[in-house]
Design a protein around this ligand. Structure first.
Ligand code: SAH
Length: 478
């Protein structure tokens, strides 16, 4: 029999054991230990005492699923959604919102300690700013069609006969092949739920074939719904494998009759094998082909393929934090790096002299320029290019030495060359907005000795998930 360091038996696959959950781990799991041996428990909550069955056993850890909750943690709450346990959308619906916020703060602290090498005696993380709406908070949802419906254990347990040749919904965690047929989803809005069900019924009635993920055939690929939080705009974007004018006319008639809330219908064509809602062509079927939403008093145009923060109300709070952390002065030149459609640049423009935004995606730069114009903002300029190549001494020569650097890179963080350049340039103030505290802490560790961390503020844009946005303000050391 194998054993761990303390000599006691290591749990075996297939066995059920009693565990007390210590803390949250990654990906909806929680951590328990058996004499020091780590067992990751699916849907466990710190404080739970459970009987859990081991379904995976590796050298250094095992994974288990709960069979009985013997004593529930105080941090538990009732999940709202029927699909909660199987769907990949919300992994923390069973955790009270206060506990989610605390866990997110601790994950930022953990990243600063482990990836950043920082000492929490010197760096204090503020309590997470929670969202006022913990359901129906997303302005964008991307649902997938599939010719192979994945059933939940609850659906199987009903013993009913399901049509498994058609699904429209979200997939199970980490597996885009297993699409659930969702009849409810509490992430976007009531009208979004009705649209999913309405479009499904319509497509089935007309026998439009859903995409077969393995065979790469079928017509319907994704249904993307973008609904502005602060205007009445609502876009339906149907992603199909090819353009079919007659079908689009039919759908257009159906939506205009049954869903007058929809302000524009767009048809994206993706004939490739990649499971993505982006494609090689976009047809506007009716309406303007874009929507507008507001963050604070600013109005933004959002195209079907444009990046826009998915929680509008919390984006405003995030931008407010970034704005106050910048401690902006009327004479400041600010670089907004990884600027997307220029939303942060525009949001801070009235507080400073000039903003220079840099963004990889050319269309996003075009959107940024449109958005600046839309808001009568004339002190922002936007440059398209890869930060790694663009951000050189020549760039600084051309655009001026920044007083404040603001960055908001994607999940992978910044390229080491970019961090080196920041170190060399060393503007007096630096604000780092991140959707991944781990890569953020890694990047910040490369700046130690050059910058001091002043404030750390997590902001929750994604209730019921483990994602967190984190803003760090730093000042240059002399
Ligand atoms: N600040 C914006 C967008 C942040 S998302 C907002 O709040 O809406 C990160 C952005 O970085 C994306 O728009 C992405 O296209 C861009 N990006 C990714 N890699 C990049 C690179 N190497 N150089 C420049 N921009 C990049």
């Amino acid at each position: 029999m194998s054993s761990n360091n303390s000599g006691s038996p290591v749990p075996k696959r297939g066995k059920t054991i009693e565990l007390t959950i210590e803390k949250f781990a990654d990906k909806g799991m929680a951590l328990a230990r058996v004499d020091g041996f780590v067992v990751l428990v699916r849907e466990g909550v710190p404080g739970d005492r459970v009987n859990a069955r081991i379904y995976k056993k590796k050298k250094n850890y095992a994974e288990a699923e709960i069979e009985d909750v013997l004593e529930p943690s105080d941090l538990r709450t009732e999940p709202r959604c029927y699909y909660f346990s199987t769907c990949g959308g919300c992994r923390w619906q069973h955790v009270s919102y206060d506990a989610q916020l605390q866990a997110k703060k601790e994950s930022v602290e953990g990243a600063l300690i482990h990836q950043g090498g920082f000492d929490l005696e010197q760096v204090e993380v503020r309590p997470t700013i929670g969202a006022p709406d913990i359901y129906f908070y997303r302005n964008k949802m991307e649902f997938s069609f599939s010719a192979q419906r994945w059933l939940t254990p609850e659906e199987i347990a009903t013993g009913k006969d399901f049509d498994t040749d058609f699904a429209l919904g979200l997939h199970v965690p980490g597996n885009p092949f297993k699409v659930l047929d969702l009849h409810e989803c509490h992430l976007q809005s009531e009208v979004s739920q009705r649209l999913v069900n309405g479009v499904r019924d319509f497509a089935k009635k007309h026998e439009w074939a859903p995409w077969h993920i393995r065979k790469h055939e079928g017509f319907l690929r994704h249904l993307v719904i973008r609904q502005a939080a602060n205007t009445g705009d609502l876009m339906v974007n149907l992603v199909t494998n090819g353009y079919d004018e007659e079908r689009m006319e039919l759908l257009s008639g159906f939506l205009q009759r049954e869903f007058p809330e929809v302000t524009t219908l767009v048809n994206t064509i993706n004939t490739g094998v990649a499971q993505t809602a982006f494609g090689e062509a976009i047809h506007t079927i009716y309406g303007p082909g874009v929507i507008h939403d507001k963050i604070g008093s600013y109005r933004f145009q959002i195209a079907s393929n444009a990046f826009f923060q998915t929680n509008t109300r919390q984006a405003e709070r995030l931008y407010e934090v970034a704005k106050s952390f910048g401690n902006f002065q009327p004479d400041d030149l600010v670089y907004d790096l990884y600027c997307g459609a220029g939303t942060i640049s525009i949001y801070i423009a009235d507080a400073v002299k000039r903003v220079v935004g840099v963004e990889l995606v050319e269309e996003a730069v075009a959107n940024a320029k449109t958005n600046a114009e839309l808001n009568g903002v004339d002190n922002c300029s936007f440059v398209s290019g890869d930060m790694k190549e663009l951000f050189t001494a020549d760039f600084v020569e051309q655009h001026g030495r920044p007083d404040v650097l603001l960055v908001d890179p994607p999940r992978g963080g910044m390229h080491p060359d970019v961090v080196k350049q920041i170190r060399a340039l060393r503007p007096p103030r630096f604000v780092y907005v991140s959707c991944n505290p781990q890569t953020q802490a890694r990047d910040l560790s490369m700046l130690s000795g050059a910058y001091t961390i002043e404030d750390v503020q997590p902001v929750d844009l994604f209730p019921h998930t483990q994602h967190i946005e984190n803003v760090v303000s730093l000042t240059a050391q002399q």
